[in-house]
Each structure stands twice: as structure tokens, then as C-alpha cells.
Design a protein around this ligand. Structure first.
Ligand code: HEM
Length: 154
């Protein structure tokens, strides 16, 4: 179960990143190009939020089954905080990602609620950009302290 969840969670990241980039590009184009908010913009924002939520759900289940989290629980708070690898999974990754998930939800809701098209584009551009930066910084890329594969194979 852990391996399947990790495989899905690992590879869905690419959809999350692609959708966020698309929503951000459309957000800035609409904002500075004075465009009309369309059905496509609405759908792009909605799919971005859905994929981010899928990651959250998978991440929450992973917290319950990942060996790194079990190890952290056995090591205790002090031991976990001293070990950069374990600390990343037990604290840093999910806390930062949770903040990003909240920002995506706030951006989506604020864009939906805004009256003028320019405000809808502005809200999604700003909130999604901050969320993307946080997500990017919290992924275990090959050039980070904690490294995981770019594409996980079974
Ligand atoms: C958009 C948000 C997220 C992205 C892009 C993301 C990305 C990733 C990536 C790339 C990995 C490594 C997968 C691998 O080993 O191949 C991972 C692992 C993991 N993530 Fe996330 N994640 C996100 C959100 C979350 C959230 C919200 C949680 C918890 C609530 C979470 C918990 C975990 C856990 C527990 C692991 C496994 C650690 C292990 O195997 O030792 N993730 N995530």
C-alpha cells in the first residue's frame, strides 16, 4: 500500500506543477492584458485545486504508513529534529505543503468571489504563485538536502 501511494503521490506532482503554472500564466495574462474571465479560467482553477487536494489526501494517508514517519515517532521529538532527513518528512514537507494547499484554496475562493475579471485574475495569480513557490521549495528534488527520484517507477 505504501509503495502504491508513494508512486501516485510522487508522479501526481507533475500534474500539480503543470496546472499551477498554467493557472498562474493565465492569471497574469488576464490581469495585465485586461481579459474577460472565462469558463476555461474557472475550470483551470478548479482542476488545480482538485489535484492539490488529491495530493493532500494521499499525503495524509502516507503520514500514517510511511517508514520515515514511523522512524520519527520512534526517535522522539529531539532525535527527529536533529536528523535533517527525518525532520524533512516528519515536519518540513507536510507543514509547508499544507500551507500551500490553504493558499490554493484561498486563491480559488477569492477569485470566485471577486466581481471584476481583473480581480479574479489578480487573486489567482498572486495566491497560486506563492503556493507554487512553497510547493517547489518543499519537493525533494535531486538538488535538495533530501533527495527522491524525479519519476518514481514501480
Ligand atoms: C502539492 C502538494 C505536494 C507535493 C507536490 C508533494 C510531493 C511529494 C514528493 C515528490 C514526495 C516524494 C515521493 C517519492 O519518494 O518518490 C512526497 C512524499 C511524501 N509526502 Fe508529499 N507532496 C505534497 C503534499 C503533501 C502533503 C500535504 C502531505 C501530508 C499531509 C505529504 C506527505 C508526504 C509523505 C508522508 C511522503 C512520503 C515520505 C516517505 O516516503 O518517507 N505531502 N511528496
Amino acid at each position: 500500500m505504501y509503495k502504491v501511494l508513494l508512486w501516485v503521490h510522487s508522479n501526481i506532482r507533475w500534474f500539480v506543477l503543470a496546472l499551477l503554472v498554467l493557472a498562474i500564466v493565465r492569471g497574469f495574462q488576464g490581469w495585465f492584458g485586461n481579459k474577460e474571465w472565462s469558463d476555461t479560467d474557472k475550470k483551470v482553477n478548479l482542476f488545480t485545486m482538485i489535484f492539490v487536494d488529491i495530493q493532500l489526501l494521499l499525503g495524509l494517508i502516507l503520514l500514517g504508513v510511511a517508514p520515515t514517519i514511523r522512524l520519527a515517532l520512534n526517535m522522539g521529538m529531539k532525535g527527529t529534529m536533529k536528523n535533517g532527513q527525518i525532520r524533512f518528512w516528519a515536519v518540513e514537507h507536510w507543514v509547508m505543503m499544507l500551507i500551500a494547499v490553504v493558499l490554493v484554496h484561498v486563491g480559488y475562493a477569492m477569485a470566485k468571489r471577486a466581481e471584476a475579471s481583473v480581480d479574479k485574475f489578480k487573486k489567482s495569480a498572486i495566491f497560486f504563485t506563492i503556493a507554487l513557490l512553497i510547493i517547489f521549495a518543499s519537493i525533494p528534488w535531486p538538488f535538495m538536502r533530501v533527495v527522491r527520484p524525479l519519476f518514481r517507477l514501480f
